[in-house]
Ligand binder design. Structure first.
Ligand code: UN1
Length: 523
């Protein structure tokens, strides 16, 4: 009895009085993270000459740990180190590279829980989603292992006798990855796994607010590379602010820059990289819609919408922001949604049963309030929620709007779902397409004619076009990305790997003669 009371008292004491770091000391110890003095740069050795940045727990805005971030000088040195390391890496056969990626995968699998926990602690998403994010990195490493036996080029029939034409896929050199706070691990994983299998080195510049995730991951990659007698600078890290990101975008040593973030910043990154004829992959804002037809399974739709709009507290680029509902089923669906929303447990993302954690920063809470204000100003209604709950917590919200309101054009990156009605599928598709962004979209229907219209030329203009599933939660096997103001980039599966390669068109003459193409005679 006494022992039990003592155990409860000690749990209470830990929860109430210990800092985030102390409460999760085992996790941080295991991943090599300390409370202060963490070095935020890795280029073969751990260092950092930038300012000290705090990693903050969004649950209570308490500093979890401090990181000595990187500077543009650190970036300058690191870019040379990656390039040196890549010269060795590119000489490995592609299947051998795959074996190293397999070892990276094993290192992640062994640390799935602790890594997922750090994602939750630093980003604020619930633990199952934090772990899911590490799983997504594991998945893409497995995919890259498969690719290591399949980076096939083509043999093309030559029009000239005694000639052989083929394509080669060689690495670009260095891939710079600028990742966002909302997927502090998985999106780096998509890029680095594919960049590596293609023979590139990688330089990671994570979001300034999620340095611990990047340090934990880089430590595991370092260990794996050392175990394989490979130069660990191959996976370098430079944490820091915008100045590091801008320097990376403008540096010609970064052959490809993969940027995930806002449309506003991405537009600049795209211009700068293009200005030096570098390559870029842009994953920018979404304004994703989900259409509910009158013929669909409404219960299924309601469950999907809950995950799509409330999951990750509305902070995925694939979050559903606009719900377009056939007028005949609108009331029925809204009843279900309001009921579902009222049962969502909001709270500490590490607590079992919680579905909605805090927003990542207090600035996001301001964006939430601001968006609600705009809804009201434009004559929209708040159907459910609409309340900031203190700290970074807000109530997931349903609004009733008209599709042409200005507020609906903007992605606020908070859990506000704007709902509206339509009469015909054509009208719904035109609402879906009538925004600047074009990332993800989803149609709920059971009719083949609706499905094929939706995925056809007069259908959704997005990069991700779903049927009877949410807009978010894409698998790694497909290419991920979107059109228009989403930037046009594609990452992850399908043939996205080609962007990480230099394509060579090789024509080899073994004839001993010199026939020219197009039948030209030049005697
Ligand atoms: C992102 O929000 O930047 O499809 C990526 C999804 C996840 C990836 C989201 N697999 O929601």
């Amino acid at each position: 009895m006494f022992r039990q009371t003592r155990a409860i008292a000690s749990r209470f004491y830990r929860a109430r009085y210990l800092s985030t770091f102390e409460r999760h000391r085992d996790t941080f110890d295991r991943l090599g993270i300390s409370k202060a003095g963490n070095k935020g740069v890795f280029d073969g050795e751990w260092k950092g000459s930038g300012s000290i940045i705090p990693a903050v727990n969004p649950v209570n805005n308490e500093v979890i740990a401090e990181v000595v971030s990187g500077s543009t000088n650190d970036l300058d040195v690191a870019l040379d180190r990656v390039s040196e390391a890549q010269k060795q890496w590119r000489e490995l056969t592609v299947p051998k590279r795959g074996q190293v990626l397999l070892a990276m995968r094993d290192a992640l699998v062994k640390n799935l829980e602790p890594l997922g926990k750090v994602v939750s602690l630093e980003m604020g998403k619930i633990l199952p989603e934090g772990i899911g994010e590490i799983q997504e990195y594991v998945d893409i490493l497995e995919y890259a292992l498969g690719l290591s036996r399949m980076l096939n080029g083509q043999v093309i029939p030559s029009e000239r006798p005694g000639h052989y034409m083929l394509e080669t896929w060689n690495p670009l050199g260095t891939v710079g990855v600028i990742s966002a706070f909302n997927f502090p691990v998985a999106v780096y994983g998509w890029n680095s796994a594919i960049a590596l299998v293609a023979g590139n080195g990688v330089l990671w510049k994570p979001a300034p607010t999620t340095p611990l995730c990047s340090i934990a991951i880089t430590r595991l990659l370092e260990k794996t590379l050392r175990e394989h007698q490979l130069p660990p600078a191959l996976c370098s890290l430079v944490t820091g602010g915008n100045e590091v990101g801008s320097a990376l975008a403008s540096d010609p040593r970064a052959d490809l820059v993969s940027f995930t973030g806002s449309t506003k910043v991405g537009r600049e990154v795209g211009k700068v990289v293009q200005g030096r004829f570098g390559k870029s992959i842009l994953e920018l804002g979404g304004n994703n819609a989900l259409i509910v037809m009158d013929d669909c399974d409404i219960d299924l739709a309601a469950r999907a919408i809950l995950f799509a709009a409330v999951g990750t507290a509305g902070q995925r680029c694939t979050t559903t922001r606009r719900l377009i509902v056939h007028e005949s089923v609108y009331d029925k669906l809204m009843d279900k949604l309001v009921k579902a929303y009222s049962q969502v447990k909001i709270g500490d993302p590490l607590e079992a049963g919680v579905l909605c954690g805090p927003l990542h920063t207090s600035a996001a809470v301001e964006a939430y309030k601001d968006t609600l204000e705009k809804v009201k100003q434009e004559g929209g209604e708040i159907l459910y929620g609409g309340e900031a709950l203190g700290g970074n917590f807000v109530k997931p919200t349903l609004t009733r709007v008209k599709p042409d309101m200005q507020v609906v054009q903007n992605e606020a990156f908070v859990p506000i779902l704007h709902t509206m009605t339509f009469k015909t599928l054509d009208e719904a598709i035109s609402i879906n397409n009538n925004v600047a962004q074009g990332l993800s979209s989803s149609l709920f229907t059971n009719k083949p004619e609706n499905i094929f219209k939706w995925i056809g030329p007069a259908g959704s203009d997005c990069g991700i076009i779903n049927v009877n599933i949410p807009t978010n939660g894409a698998e790694i096997g497909g290419a991920f990305g979107g059109e228009k103001a989403t930037g046009g980039g594609r990452e992850s599966g399908s043939d996205a790997w080609k962007q990480y390669c230099r394509r060579g068109t090789c024509t080899i003459n073994y004839s001993g003669a010199l026939p020219l193409a197009q039948g030209i005679s030049f005697e």
